[in-house]
Write a protein that binds this ligand. Sequence first.
Ligand code: F0G
Length: 384
Amino acid sequence: MTTSTSTSAASDRGSAPAPTASGRVGVIQRYREFLPVTDATPVISLAEGSTPLIHAAALSRLVGRDCRVYVKFEGLNPTGSFKDRGMTMALSKAVESGARAVICASTGNTSAAAAAYAARAGIECVVLLPAGKIALGKLAQALVHGARVVAIDGNFDDALRLVRELGQRPDCAIVNSINPYRIEGQKTAAFEIIEELGDAPDAHFIPVGNAGNITAYWKGYREFHALGRSRTLPRMTGFQAAGSAPIYHGEVVTAPDTVATAIRIGNPASWREAGQAVHDSGGVIDIVTDEQILAAQRWLASHEGVFVEPASAAPIAGLMKCIEAAGAGRFCKGCPLPQLAEGSTIVCTVTGHGLKDADVILKGGFEPLQAPAAAAAVAERLGW
Ligand code: F0G
């Protein structure tokens, strides 16, 4: 009897069993009929997807007017971000086509997911990252999964340019969201939301970086709508960081900058598609400052118990910006709130787990109280 790390790729073909003993399935098995897979597609899965849609009671109260706000907590995917949904598709199709290596540019999460799924498939993974601009947890993930990581002296946009070139090698697949299978996998999050709510939400708030995810959600919403699985379509409302807002400003940002390193992108690959999604859905792309992002991150963690990374707090910051503006009798440019009737439903996708970037919290002025190891001393510190 032999054991091999690469047997999982070969044995999970077609409708093979779920990768967990509990029978929990990944997105390819859950939504097989809506995805470009066949019995010849080996399913490389970590039981991703099926993430919770959490009712955010405190946030709902802030919006008022009997509106319900939910957060789709994508940080609960196997590698801690939404990228797993797209990566199960990209790696499965790469292995099906005979690829021996995958390559990607990344601000961190794509590389963590690519490295994990490539490890599971038993193929090589090469990652190009902007040096010094990756959250530590994400870098650790890519390295521990065995990816060959190259930190380049440039930003994400430079890295993606190099990947487009290097990925032309035979037997190599590019697994950035310019790979259409990534978008296919990621659209399943919209399917889950419709199934859970019984319809599409009235507005969907989402962070925007390379713009693949807003494109994927809109595709998912449209597909289920066309199939009669939802009655409505949401207004797609995307948020970029103020220092990295090419779509908002309508021009490439050559030196993007933000504390939300995941969305530190100046020339998004799916720019046109994101623009289309916003236009067709009656939504908008707006901006939030780093201060608003960090405040929203803390607020969500301390009021709803949901800890997300800075980029993921952008839509929460965006919603708060809309609420504040509306409270002051103003409205943000294209804000969906004025158009939402009483009792509307808003879903915010929070894309990555806060633990990936714990540094940003610890550098942000949080620190424990200090006390000697005696109950009286601890009580004194606590003011008990
Ligand atoms: N949120 C997080 C946590 C991300 O990692 C990303 C993108 C986004 C939002 C934006 O999604 O690019 O589809 O608009 N991260 C990519 C990466 C760029 O390399 O991990 P998008």
